[in-house]
Every structure is written in structure tokens, then in C-alpha cells.
Design a protein around this ligand. Structure first.
Ligand code: ZN
Length: 528
């Protein structure tokens, strides 16, 4: 990267003027310890940057509520407690916090943080720094290992627990960030957010664009995560990927700071705070479990807590300082619920994290008697009964034989099925059992027609259902939480002799029923 001297001078002048006119009282300068690297040798160089907090903007990019990769979703979630502490401290120092959710910024219409930005005067944005560098290490984007995420689940907002400050701002473009810098006299931008080498770097309000406009840009290396990848066979983890990307930034793009260390120097970060969950890769959660068939390798890390001891349990008990010590990746052959925490000299230094891994059973046989050919004694869907008439909610209808609830082909995980029942949760089908029916068999999953629109980017995050089979009122089998793009859950349930009634229930998984279209496919009864 090169800086043309005349342009640099122009930029300095352009930032000096508003600095004087708009910020009369400024806090004392702070000294940021900036880390960069020699592009050839990788050797670290430390420099000190003096700046008044009032001239600093913190640009927080794409802290979304959801992502198409479930491990990436959980890794963003893992940063939120740290970000909340750090951004509160930045606000209290008088820094300008900019929350930039890019793709979904329009879901913040009416927020004063957004409206204030729309009302800013326009300034021509100069191009004063040529920002070029070799291509950034890109790991490919899904950190789930062999069971790769394939469908765009979309996102529709920032993480629900990311605090939005009253004085924060939500710019979306290079022009908007520049206008904020001009009107507030900001000279330095500290970047944080996701994913480091994609949005945080390349979006319109990203580091590259603002650096080229002459702003002094820094990367908070403890508040960012790269677009992850995971290949345990060669020891490649999302944390390693992030470390490589940060190193690339330090060599070619921008110095980094440890936000935590800077705040600690200023008495704004309490070293006793425990804010980082142990990272789990791949990271299935209760509401989005990791389904697998072949044994999986699970890696635990504490990228921001060097030399912490990771302890874990697999029996549901709370991990403690004397729980099993994690020393190498774990191989799970069967379903597991992992709880992990980390300690230093017996003191917890990480928040507890949970990983949910569910092993699929064997493929069931095709039924002899298909559900679609039977008359249920009870068939209820998502509706409201009055006077014996069900009024189905929204565009849903009663369970449909051999079609999705909306009349499309039954479709689970990119496969269509000619036979089955198309439902919308909460719903239930009840059948009287015949003595010759020995097993209930079938596949079950979230109906995937939702991805027809825009590859799912607006709706695919919503479907979440649990399938349950009751025989004479007792639960005989249940799926984990099922979402779009997951392999169909496999039911093969023995029917005890003398059993009278079977109920096939689909619940909303406890998180509301929006878009909870669900399919039973190839489902029915095996006759002896
Ligand atoms: Zn993934």
C-alpha cells in the first residue's frame, strides 16, 4: 500500500478542520499499542498510536443473529459477552460506536441510531490510499467438518444480545461512515466483527474502503473471527484460520490492537471478568444439533484465554476444575451432550459451553402400509377451533397426504419423496393400530420448499420442529430439533402387541411455529 504525500496532506487537513470545530472538549489522549508484521519475515513490530477517544470510531460489522453455517453462528454468539463489555467501555470513553449489520440494516428503520445517519450531510469521499495486498487466506466458510452446511439459512438482524447504545450509530456505506467521521472529527476507526477477511474487510463500510479514504484503521484482534474452516485430519481449525487472517492483516492491511488490553490499561476492563465461552468445533446446539453418521472429531479451544485448562463432562454435570481435562480432539461415535468450561489455577476463566451431537440411526425399511392411504381418527394442524370447525393459521392447512402442507412435493434435505404427509407444526395424526402392524417406520424433517425463495435467505432460519411418536399415550420415539438442510430423522419403532393407538405429533420445538412446515416421508407401518 502506498500513500501519495499530497493526498495524505489533503486528508490530514480535511480531518483537522471538523476536529476543531465539532469537538471542543476532548478527553486526554490514549496510547494504543499497535501490532503489525513484516510482510517477508512475519516479525512483529509494535508501535504506539496516540489519539483522543473522542476521535475514535469503533466499527462493528455483521454481528448477525444467524448464519448459514451453524458453527459460525455459535462462534459469533460466543463473542457477544466480550463485545458488550468492550463496547460499553468504548462508549464510556467517548468513542463513537457504529453498529453495521450491512445486509439487514434495513430491518433497523425507525431506530434513531439509523435515522441519524440518514440525516447526515453528504461529503465527497476521497481516494487517498491504495489498499492492495495478496489474497486473504479463505477457509471456505463452513466449519462443521464433513457434514457441511449447504443451504442459506439467512439472518434478519443483529445478535439479540448485542447491546445497542442510545448514542450508537448504524452507518451502512462508505459515504455514511465518512460523513460520520467528518461531522464528529473521527480520525481513527477500530474494526471488530465478522467475518474478518470477508465483510469486515470488504463491505462498503469495511476496513479497506475506509482506509482508502484516509482513515487510520485498526483491527481489534480479540473481537473478530475469520470465515471459518475445519479439517481435523490436518489440524486445521477455525481458530487457526482466524490467526492466519489476523496475521495477514498485520502484514498487509492494518495494525491490530487487543481491545481488552487497551481497556485494561485505562482501568476499563476488569481482569476478573469471564466473558469467553469455550469454542466447540463443530458446534451443534440444542436448537441446531450436529447430526452425524460416521464418527466425528470435536475440537475444543479457548483462543482468547491462552494456557487455560479446558475441562468437560459428557454426563450432563456442570464442568468443574476437577472434571476431565481436555488434551486432544474428542472422537464421538455416538450421540453426546458435551459441557465444557476452562480454568486457570482452579479459577473459571471461560463461560460454560454446550455442544449437542446426535448420531443418526440406520435407514428404516419402506413401509407396507403408507400413511397417505390411511384415514386417521384425528388429524389436527396449526389452527383455531370454534364450533367444531378448525380455522387454519396463515396459509397452512390440514395435514396433506403425499404433498407438503402447501401442496408441493414433500422435500427434505434436497430430496423429494412421493409418499408421506405434509404438516405444519404443531400438529398431530392419530391412527388406530391394526394387530398385524409391527413397526412404525418413516423419515421426518423440516420441509425444504422454503429454500425455493432466494435459496432460503429470508425464511430458512425459522423452521424448527420436533417429531414425536406416542403409542397408547407414551412417548415411544422422538427426533432432536430438526431444521432445514439436515438429513431426515429415521424412525423405526416397534409396536408392542395389543397396542391400540399411535399418535404422530410434530411440535414447534419450543420456539414458536413460524414456517414450521414438516414432512413425514415414506412413513407408515411394516406388517409382519
Ligand atoms: Zn457449517
Amino acid at each position: 500500500m502506498r500513500i501519495a504525500p499530497s493526498n495524505l496532506m489533503r486528508t490530514l487537513l480535511s480531518f483537522t478542520l471538523p476536529l476543531i470545530t465539532h469537538r471542543v472538549a476532548c478527553a486526554a489522549p490514549i496510547e494504543l499499542s499497535c501490532q503489525s508484521r513484516d510482510p517477508a519475515t512475519g516479525r512483529i513490530a509494535l508501535t504506539v498510536e496516540r489519539v483522543e477517544p473522542a476521535h475514535v470510531g469503533v466499527v462493528v460489522v455483521d454481528v448477525w443473529n444467524f448464519h448459514w453455517c451453524k458453527t459460525a453462528t455459535m462462534r459469533v454468539d460466543a463473542f457477544v459477552p466480550r463485545m458488550n463489555k468492550a463496547l460499553d467501555a468504548a462508549r464510556s470513553l467517548g468513542m463513537t460506536v457504529m453498529l453495521c449489520p450491512s445486509d439487514v440494516v434495513d430491518n433497523y428503520v425507525g431506530y434513531p441510531q439509523r435515522e441519524k445517519v440518514l440525516a447526515l450531510p453528504k461529503f465527497p469521499v476521497p481516494d487517498v490510499v491504495d489498499v492492495t495486498c495478496p489474497s486473504v487466506p479463505d477457509a471456505g466458510g463452513c466449519a462443521c467438518g464433513r457434514e457441511r452446511c449447504a443451504v442459506n439459512y439467512g439472518w434478519d438482524g443483529m445478535h439479540p444480545e448485542l447491546r445497542i447504545g442510545d448514542e450508537d450509530l448504524m452507518p451502512d456505506t462508505r459515504e455514511e461512515v465518512y460523513a460520520l467521521c467528518k461531522t464528529r472529527g473521527l480520525t481513527h476507526l477500530i474494526y471488530a466483527g465478522f467475518h474478518t477477511q470477508v465483510c469486515l474487510l470488504g463491505k462498503s463500510m469495511g476496513l479497506k474502503a475506509m482506509k482508502s479514504a484516509g482513515l487510520r484503521c485498526l483491527l481489534a484482534r480479540d473481537m473478530t473471527d475469520a470465515h471459518p474452516g475445519y479439517d481435523p485430519a490436518r489440524g486445521f481449525t477455525p481458530d487457526l484460520n482466524t490467526a492466519q487472517v489476523i496475521e495477514h492483516f498485520e502484514k498487509y492491511l492494518a495494525p491490530t490492537i487487543s481491545f481488552q488490553e487497551e481497556l485494561a490499561k485505562l482501568g476499563k476492563w476488569n481482569p476478573e471478568w469471564v466473558v469467553d465461552p469455550v469454542r466447540i468445533t463443530p458446534w451443534g446446539a440444542r436448537m441446531r444439533p450436529h447430526l452425524f453418521e460416521q464418527p466425528i472429531t470435536v475440537t475444543l479451544t479457548t483462543p482468547l484465554q491462552a494456557d487455560a485448562e479446558i475441562r468437560y463432562t459428557l454426563d450432563g454435570s456442570k464442568p468443574a476444575a476437577n472434571s476431565t481435562l481436555y488434551s486432544e480432539p474428542l472422537v464421538f461415535k455416538d450421540s453426546a451432550r458435551l459441557l465444557a468450561a476452562a480454568f486457570r489455577q482452579g479459577r473459571p476463566v471461560c463461560l460454560e459451553s454446550e455442544g449437542v451431537f446426535v448420531r443418526m440411526g440406520p435407514q428404516p425399511p419402506a413401509p407396507d402400509v403408507y400413511l397417505g392411504d390411511l384415514k386417521p381418527i384425528r388429524s389436527v394442524g396449526f389452527g383455531h377451533s370454534y364450533g367444531g370447525v378448525v380455522r387454519y393459521s396463515g396459509n397452512t392447512q390440514a395435514p396433506q397426504p403425499d404433498h407438503s402442507n402447501l401442496g408441493q412435493p414433500l422435500r427434505i434435505n434436497r430430496q423429494t419423496y412421493p409418499r408421506g404427509m405434509g404438516m405444519h407444526a404443531p400438529c398431530e395424526l392419530v391412527y388406530e393400530l391394526k394387530p398385524e402392524w409391527r413397526r412404525f417406520v418413516g423419515l421426518a424433517g423440516a420441509d425444504e420448499n422454503v429454500v425455493n425463495a432466494s435459496n432460503g435467505s429470508n425464511l430458512a432460519k425459522y423452521p424448527s420442529v420436533v417429531f414425536k411418536v406416542f403409542i397408547d399415550g407414551s412417548e415411544a420415539a422422538a427426533s432432536p430439533v430438526m431444521r432445514v438442510q439436515e438429513q431426515a430423522w429415521r424412525f423405526d419403532v416397534t409396536i408392542p402387541a395389543g397396542a391400540r393407538i399411535i399418535s404422530l405429533a410434530v411440535t414447534d420445538a419450543g420456539d414458536g411455529s413460524r414456517e414450521d412446515f414438516a414432512d413425514w416421508a415414506n412413513a407408515g407401518f411394516v406388517v409382519n
